[in-house]
Design a protein around this ligand. Structure first.
Ligand SMILES: NC(=O)c1ccc[n+]([C@@H]2O[C@H](COP(=O)([O-])OP(=O)(O)OC[C@H]3O[C@@H](n4cnc5c(N)ncnc54)[C@H](OP(=O)(O)O)[C@@H]3O)[C@@H](O)[C@H]2O)c1
Length: 304
């Protein structure tokens, strides 16, 4: 079968190659992959993983062979799934507890946008629960995680301030009370801040958090450091900086229910992933566009 494979070349970091068919373990289903999405974090993996490594976490498709231990969706089910790697392929082996069945009206492309970005949006926001009536600040709101977090926060009753990098970057956003260009224009205080840019953005976030509020630090897109000290909390007593990893923040057995929740929100119209859709043969061209902040929402690829 064909699969995306790491090349370690800076110009074409991934290419499609013939590879052996997956051999699912007893707890894994074999899925025929229809669509997948690319995450900013995966761009870095291309550089640090060896030649021949097989990328791919976010996939959607059809179960061709259910897990032999009897768990998970049956053959023929349309599913969304989260794999550790090797998902960008014609077929992938997926742990049965990391997939959810798609409602009929959720497309493979919408579903493929959800695992990493949707779980991150959902689970970072839980640090501010209940959100009803609270002010939430979301940095990187134009991106994969940010645009989904904006919608889920609004759906949960929060008043959302979305931070984007320029006038065109927020055009696809749904649910924000206000959209500001740069965090410096955001007027605090906020009960919850989702922060993934790092550097001066994280420093600005700390200066806008409510007493006892929470800044969830889940990325460092800028690559910059943030010096801060106890004194920065003088006006923000007992505020918390919460580190976050979508993969380990909740137990393994929460993956399927959370993926199921995300697809149900798409099905009822309250979550609309913004998609930039391409063929998987265009992976190498889209990566630099994501890196250079030219993609709004999620880059999703058809396995055609
Ligand atoms: N901890 C976890 O479990 C976890 C899970 C998923 C993602 N992440 C991290 O969360 C961040 C967002 O992920 P994503 O998939 O949503 O990425 P994305 O789609 O590329 O979105 C990131 C957004 O951040 C904004 N940004 C602000 N400053 C930036 C900078 N210096 N460099 C690049 N972008 C900048 C960009 O929007 P503007 O151009 O409009 O400013 C961009 O749209 C990444 O750092 C990723 O590694 C962490």
């Amino acid at each position: 079968m064909l699969a995306a494979v790491n090349t370690l070349s800076s110009s074409v970091p991934v290419e499609l190659r013939e590879v052996p068919e997956p051999q699912p373990a007893a707890n894994e289903a074999l899925v025929e992959v229809r669509a997948f999405s690319l995450n900013r974090g995966e761009l870095r993996l291309f550089q640090v993983r060896p030649e021949g490594w097989r990328p791919g976490q976010d996939i959607s498709g059809v179960v061709v062979q259910p897990a032999s231990d009897g768990n998970g969706p049956p053959a023929g089910a349309r599913v969304v799934a989260l794999t550790d790697s090797a998902g960008w392929a014609e077929r992938a082996a997926v742990p049965a507890h990391r997939m959810a069945v798609l409602p009929d009206d959720v497309s493979f492309e919408e579903a493929a946008a959800l695992p990493v970005a949707g779980l991150t949006a959902l689970r970072t926001l839980r640090h501010g629960a209940p959100l009803l009536g609270k002010r939430v600040l979301i940095t990187g709101a134009a991106g994969g995680v940010g645009h989904l977090a904006t919608q889920i926060a609004a759906r949960s009753g929060a008043r959302v301030t979305a931070v984007v990098g320029g006038p065109e970057r927020g055009r696809h956003l749904i649910g924000a009370d206000e959209i500001v260009e740069g965090i410096d224009k955001a007027q605090g205080p906020f009960a919850l801040i989702l922060e993934a840019a790092g550097g001066s953005s994280l420093a600005a976030a700390i200066s806008r958090i409510e007493p006892k509020g929470t800044v969830v630090v889940f990325g460092n897109s800028s690559g910059e450091l943030t010096p801060f000290s106890f004194r920065d909390f003088a006006e923000h007593p007992n505020a918390r900086i919460q580190g976050f990893s979508y993969f380990t923040s909740e137990p393994e057995d929460r993956f399927a229910p959370d993926l199921g929740l995300l697809v149900s929100l798409v099905a009822d119209g309250s979550l609309k992933p913004h998609l930039v859709e391409r063929s998987w043969r265009e992976l190498a061209e889209v990566g630099p566009q994501l890196r250079d902040r030219q993609i709004r929402g999620k880059a999703v690829f058809h396995v055609d």
